[in-house]
Design a protein around this ligand. Sequence first.
Ligand code: ADP
Ligand code: ADP
Length: 223
Amino acid sequence: PIILTLENVSKTYAPGTLPAVNQVSLQLQEGDLLGLLGPSGCGKTTLLRLIAGFEEPDQGWVEIGGTVVAGQGEWLPPEKRGVGMVFQDYALFPHLTVADNIAFGLRQGKQMSRSVGRRVGEVLHLVGLEGLAQRYPYQLSGGQQQRVALARALAPRPALVLLDEPLSNLDVQVRLRLRQELRMILKAAHTAAVFVTHDQEEALSISDWVGVMQQGHLEQLGT
Ligand code: ADP
Ligand code: ADP
């Protein structure tokens, strides 16, 4: 099934300026990994923010998992879109352990239920961080922190994950290793993903599809 549809989506931030995103259309099937590539300022992050619900399109519509979430008179806020997100700066809660960071979006009350605890264990295993559940973010390396952020995004089993330059704050060695891992982790989680990068090698090694953006347009989309 189709997980994500963008139909002629445009976004201009200020009157008299060029559109940051200009009539972009694309579709993503279940489990597909799409890398968005292009020079700084071409609209990659804006496109991600339109999918996430941090921006509203001026034109066109966005459909996630068969539901129109923006456009056609509809609007679903980010927390109702069932989308996982991973940012460049990880944004982990510094006062919470790894386990509590991952459980954050899963738990209902104060106690961690057995099913939440089990899911936290599963995603820690998925990202290769078993044994670090009780650490705090400052006790982890950058690569480990990024894996926690990924585990937190995957914990609720989203059909779609959005990643904004997920590896760019890491040093070169870690970045190269995490590239391969990121693809395997996303595939093992059976989630579709859109990730933004300005690194062509990275886009090609992680994704099934690569989209090249230029001045707000999606110029090319292919394997
Ligand atoms: P072909 O590879 O022969 O063009 P496909 O059925 O693979 O035929 O794709 C047709 C077109 O649809 C492609 O050019 C591609 O741009 C687009 N497309 C197909 N699948 C996807 C996808 N998952 N995400 C984005 N675009 C897609
Ligand atoms: P990329 O992620 O490819 O670097 P962006 O989506 O961040 O590109 O930016 C696309 C264009 O929109 C740029 O010209 C940028 O200056 C502009 N832009 C981005 N965010 C804002 C904003 N919040 N307000 C006004 N203009 C913005």
